[in-house]
Ligand binder design. Structure first.
Ligand code: GTP
Ligand code: SPV
Ligand code: MN
Length: 585
């Protein structure tokens, strides 16, 4: 049975955009094969070595279209106040006046693809349907990996279900015509002039975070920039952890962690449920449950290797789309960090001949792989579970070369919310702009919260109030502390298991912690660090809380909160005052 509102909308958009033909995507094999054929023949894609990367392709983007563009991303709520000081705002009618004309006739002579997609497992009370209309076959191919596409979505939608509307066009990729705009009151996303992941795959950041965060506020749940993992102890007890780290700060890596050999020998197991986005809602037992709304991984390529993240490499061996990585002479792919020895020659991400001597990067620092989640060797049996998984711990973390220790635990939910609200991290290549600059990124949601950040913090406090003693414990980690020579002191990657184990031990009531002014911290001994052979001064640095540094940190937090005026929740102000007095004493 047809969904009349959907059909009407599609018809209306076709009237505006004037495509040659209209194609409803069903997600089938035949469909994707013909799209790959189209894109290899017109040069959009290069087919990779069939025996080494079956059914996989390389795409090179426009050189000016390689990352999210936060400066061109808008929240178009009716009131400016509702977007808050951390978002770009434009009045809905004003944005429509700018962006609607760009879509007029923009698909002339081309195909308009209608993509029905489901965010979340079929049959889950947490799942939601979106429809993306696009003129980009590259977007269709990515969405087919990243979401549950086609019939499954239309079945969930039924005849009169709600859906989020997404309208996308490649335009001419001119950066000054690029708009990633969100209309929360219309359940509508309009994206123009970019084909890059977070700008163009509208189910991802635009729907599953910006619009979903608004819905979550209204309906009493949370849409978060978090990985979800399961961890099973040798005794067979299974715990689930959600972790929010800013873009390119280690979610995919932690979600797919392979424990060090001694943990494997002892019987520890880590499973992956999600690597980027979590939707969290109270279950019938009053605990928070998480689902991963996505169906694939849009992972950072550079730095991914068999040493750092074997599960990611195995996930993207086949049926994968690579974007902006380097191409080797045998039609395999390469990026910085994949192997110690670079290839003797390659074609770089811009399509030019490259040798290691050239001094340039072969792959763009934000080059990515789009791979089906089910290809991940560590994927959890709960990946498709409609109920989601119960969350035992929430972890916040940023990329900080100084100040922040390896791990500490919040005293309680309100303090944990404060830890999220005061997260700061050095900027990465995942968004356009200067890399390395320290900035506030509350809950790793700075670019993704679809409403006023202070209202969002209040929502966190309200959720905590509602869940009471059933709420997850909250932790803060930092894998990126550097010594005076600029070297990471923590080995990271699989050795992050030492920290995960302490977190699980804390949940089980057996992990030891001591009180410090900033929170509860382990003794280095409780992390069994002997095998890591760290220098004593590195251990010292990883577990140090320098009062002078923290005095500055607190002063800076107080300054930051001034941006939020009277909207700053009382609970957050109380935590600031309490932290200040603990540090000063
Ligand atoms: P988005 O997809 O942008 O949201 O990124 P993400 O948070 O999933 O980050 P990802 O796991 O892809 O890691 C980003 C970069 O950080 C990669 O180059 C990794 O190799 C590196 N990285 C991840 N974990 C660690 C770690 O524990 N230590 C160090 N030093 N680097 C890490
Ligand atoms: C991020 O930037 O956090 C990503 C990639 O996960 S994107 O899909 O572009 O948002
Ligand atoms: Mn992300």
């Amino acid at each position: 049975m047809a969904h009349q509102a959907l059909e009407k909308w599609v018809e209306q958009i076709a009237q505006i955009t004037q495509p040659k033909t209209l194609h409803w995507c069903d997600g089938s094999e035949e469909e994707i094969e013909s799209l790959y054929e189209l894109m290899t023949s017109d040069g959009t894609l290069t087919k990779l070595n069939e025996s080494k990367h079956p059914n996989s392709y390389l795409a090179r983007s426009d050189v000016n279209d390689v990352a999210r563009v936060e400066g061109r991303t808008f929240i178009c709520s009716a009131l400016k106040e509702d977007a808050g000081p951390t978002n770009n705002w434009m009045a809905p009618e004003e944005m429509h006046a700018v962006i609607d004309p760009l879509f007029e006739g923009c698909m002339d002579g081309r195909v308009m693809y209608v993509i029905p997609y489901l965010m979340g497992p079929a049959g889950s009370p947490l799942s939601k349907v979106g429809i993306e209309i696009t003129d980009s076959p590259y977007v269709v191919a990515n969405m087919r990996i990243m979401t549950r596409m086609g019939k499954v979505a239309l079945d969930e939608l039924g005849e009169d279900g709600d859906f989020v509307k997404g309208l996308h066009s490649t335009g001419d990729l001119a950066p000054d015509q690029r708009y990633i705009s969100h209309f929360p009151d219309e359940n509508l996303i309009m994206s123009y002039s970019s084909n890059y992941g977070g700008n163009a795959l509208l189910g991802k950041k635009c729907f599953a975070l910006r619009l979903a965060s608004v819905l979550g506020k209204r309906e009493g749940w949370l849409a978060e920039h978090m990985l979800i993992l399961g961890i099973t102890s040798p005794e067979g007890k299974k715990r689930h952890i959600c972790a929010a780290f800013p873009s390119a700060c280690g979610k995919t890596n932690l979600a797919m962690l392979v424990p060090p050999q001694e943990f494997l020998d002892a019987g520890w197991k880590v499973e992956t449920i999600g690597d980027d986005i979590a939707w969290l809602k109270f279950g019938p037992d009053g605990k928070l449950y998480a689902i991963n709304p996505e169906f694939g991984f849009f992972g950072v390529a550079p730095g991914t290797s068999m040493e750092t993240n074997p599960n990611a490499l195995l996930s993207c061996r086949a049926n994968t789309l690579f974007t902006n990585v380097a191409l080797c002479p045998d039609n395999t792919v390469w990026w910085e960090g994949l192997t110690e020895e670079p290839p003797v020659s390659a074609i770089d991400w811009k399509g030019n001949p490259w040798t290691p001597e050239s001094g340039d990067k072969a792959a763009h620092p934000n080059s990515r792989f789009t791979a089906p989640a089910k290809q991940c060797p560590s994927i959890s049996g709960d990946f498709d579970s409609p109920a989601g998984v119960p969350v035992d711990a929430i972890v916040f973390g940023g990329r900080r070369s100084t100040t922040t220790p390896l791990v500490y635990e919040a005293f309680n939910w309100q303090h944990g919310t404060y830890l999220g609200a005061t997260m700061t991290s050095e900027k990465t290549a995942a968004a356009a702009g200067k890399v390395g600059e320290l900035r506030h990124d509350p809950m790793a949601m700075l670019p993704f919260c679809g409403y006023h950040m202070a209202d969002y913090w209040q929502h966190w406090l309200d959720i905590g109030e509602k869940g009471g003693d059933k709420m997850p414990r909250i932790f803060h980690v930092n894998w990126f502390r550097k010594d005076s020579e600029g070297r990471f002191v923590w080995p990271g990657f699989r050795d992050n298991m030492h920290v995960l184990k302490w977190i699980v031990d804390r949940c089980d009531g057996i992990g030891k912690a001591k009180e410090t002014p900033i929170g509860l911290m382990p003794d280095p001994d409780s992390l069994d660090l002997e095998q890591l052979e760290l220098e004593p001064e590195d251990v010292e640095l990883l577990f140090s809380v320098d009062k002078e540094e923290w005095k500055e940190e607190v002063a800076e937090q107080a300054e930051y909160f001034k941006n939020f005026g009277d909207k700053l929740p009382g609970g957050i102000q109380d935590e600031l005052d309490a932290l200040k007095s603990r540090i000063d004493n």
